[in-house]
Design a binder for this molecule. Structure first.
Ligand SMILES: *[C@@H]1O[C@H](CO)[C@@H](O)[C@H](O)[C@H]1NC(C)=O
Ligand SMILES: *[C@@H]1O[C@H](CO)[C@@H](O)[C@H](O)[C@H]1NC(C)=O
Ligand SMILES: *[C@@H]1O[C@H](CO)[C@@H](O)[C@H](O)[C@H]1NC(C)=O
Ligand SMILES: *[C@@H]1O[C@H](CO)[C@@H](O)[C@H](O)[C@H]1NC(C)=O
Ligand SMILES: *[C@@H]1O[C@H](CO)[C@@H](O)[C@H](O)[C@H]1NC(C)=O
Ligand SMILES: *[C@@H]1O[C@H](CO)[C@@H](O)[C@H](O)[C@H]1NC(C)=O
Ligand SMILES: *[C@@H]1O[C@H](CO)[C@@H](O)[C@H](O)[C@H]1NC(C)=O
Length: 214
C-alpha cells in the first residue's frame, strides 16, 4: 500500500516536475541547407557536441532543412536550391527523416551521417547511412518518394521565409525566436544564458567557467 501511495504521489509530482522542466527547455531552431559547407561543418563539428555533453537535456532541437532555397510558383512550384538539385533532394530526405523518426537522437544521427559525407564530397553515398546506423530505410524513402516530402518542404520553406527577423545567411541559429547571427559557433553559451531552469547541465557549468577565466 505504502509503495503504491508513493508511486502515485510520484506519478503526479514527478510528472509535474518533468513537464515543468520540459517547459524550461530552450528551443534551438537551425535553418540550414543540406549541401552548404558552412552548414555541414556547423552540424558535424559544433552542433553534434550537444549529444556528447549534456546540453541536449535542456534543448528542444528543431532542424529545418530549407535554408536559402526558394520556390518558383510560376514554374509548377519547383524548388531551387543554392547548391543544386542534389541539395533539394537531400533537404527533402532530411525533412522525411525528421518526420518519420521523431526521436531527435535518431534523426540527428542520420542527418549527421549525411552531412559528414557532404563535407567529404561523398553526399551521393547517403544511402549507406541507413545500414551504417542500423536505421530503417523504407519508411523514410516511402516519405521521400511521396507527396509528403513536398508538403514537409513547403511547410519548412514557409516557416523560413516568414522568419522575423529574416534569415540573412545559413546556418541560421534561432534560440527561443531570437537569432544569434554570426556568432553561431558559440551557440552553447547563448543556450546556457537563455536557460531558466534550476538543473544546470554540466555543459553550462563549463561554459560559465570559461567566461569567468577568460
Ligand atoms: C562561410 O563562413 C565563412 C566564415 O564565417 C564566411 O566567410 C563565408 O562567407 C561563408 N560562406 C558562405 C557560402 O556563406
Ligand atoms: C520561374 O519560372 C519561370 C518559368 O519557368 C521562369 O520564366 C522564371 O524566370 C522563374 N523565376 C525565377 C525567379 O527563377
Ligand atoms: C507543370 O505540370 C503540368 C501538370 O503536371 C505539366 O503538364 C506541365 O508540363 C508542367 N510544366 C512544367 C514547366 O514543368
Ligand atoms: C503552387 O502552390 C501554391 C500553394 O502551395 C498553390 O496555390 C498554387 O496553385 C501552386 N501553383 C502551381 C502552378 O502548381
Ligand atoms: C504521409 O503523412 C501522413 C500524415 O502524416 C502519414 O499518415 C503517412 O503514413 C505518410 N506517408 C508516407 C508514405 O510517409
Ligand atoms: C525512392 O527513391 C530512392 C532514391 O531515389 C530510390 O532508390 C528508391 O528505389 C525509391 N523507393 C521506392 C519505393 O520507390
Ligand atoms: C506560413 O507561416 C506563417 C507564419 O509562421 C503562418 O502563419 C502560416 O499559417 C503558414 N502558412 C502555411 C500555408 O503553412
Amino acid at each position: 500500500m505504502a509503495s503504491a501511495h508513493l508511486f502515485f504521489t510520484c506519478l503526479i509530482t514527478c510528472s509535474m516536475f518533468l513537464s515543468h522542466a520540459a517547459n524550461q527547455k530552450v528551443t534551438l531552431s537551425l535553418y540550414y541547407d543540406s549541401l552548404s559547407t558552412n552548414c555541414s561543418t556547423f552540424i558535424v563539428k559544433n552542433l553534434a557536441k550537444i549529444f556528447d555533453d549534456d546540453l541536449i537535456t535542456i534543448l528542444n532541437l528543431r532542424l529545418v532543412p530549407w535554408g536559402d532555397a526558394y520556390a518558383n510558383k510560376s514554374n509548377n512550384n519547383t524548388t531551387f536550391c543554392q547548391n543544386g538539385p542534389d541539395e533539394c533532394k537531400l533537404n527533402s530526405l532530411e525533412a522525411c527523416a525528421i518526420d518519420v523518426m521523431q526521436d531527435v537522437n535518431k534523426h540527428f544521427a542520420l542527418i549527421y551521417c549525411i552531412e559528414f559525407l557532404a563535407i567529404e564530397g561523398r553526399h551521393k553515398e547517403w544511402e549507406t547511412c541507413f545500414s551504417s546506423l542500423g536505421l530503417p530505410q523504407k519508411p523514410i524513402l516511402d516519405c521521400y518518394n511521396s507527396s509528403n516530402a513536398t508538403k514537409l518542404e513547403q511547410t519548412y520553406g514557409n516557416e523560413t521565409m516568414h522568419l522575423n527577423p529574416p534569415l540573412k545567411f545559413v546556418p541560421w541559429v534561432v534560440l527561443n525566436n531570437q537569432p544569434i547571427g554570426n556568432d553561431y559557433e558559440n551557440f552553447a553559451a547563448y543556450v546556457c544564458k537563455a536557460y531558466r531552469g534550476n538543473i544546470v547541465p554540466t555543459a553550462c557549468q563549463s561554459v560559465h567557467l570559461k567566461q569567468k577565466t577568460e
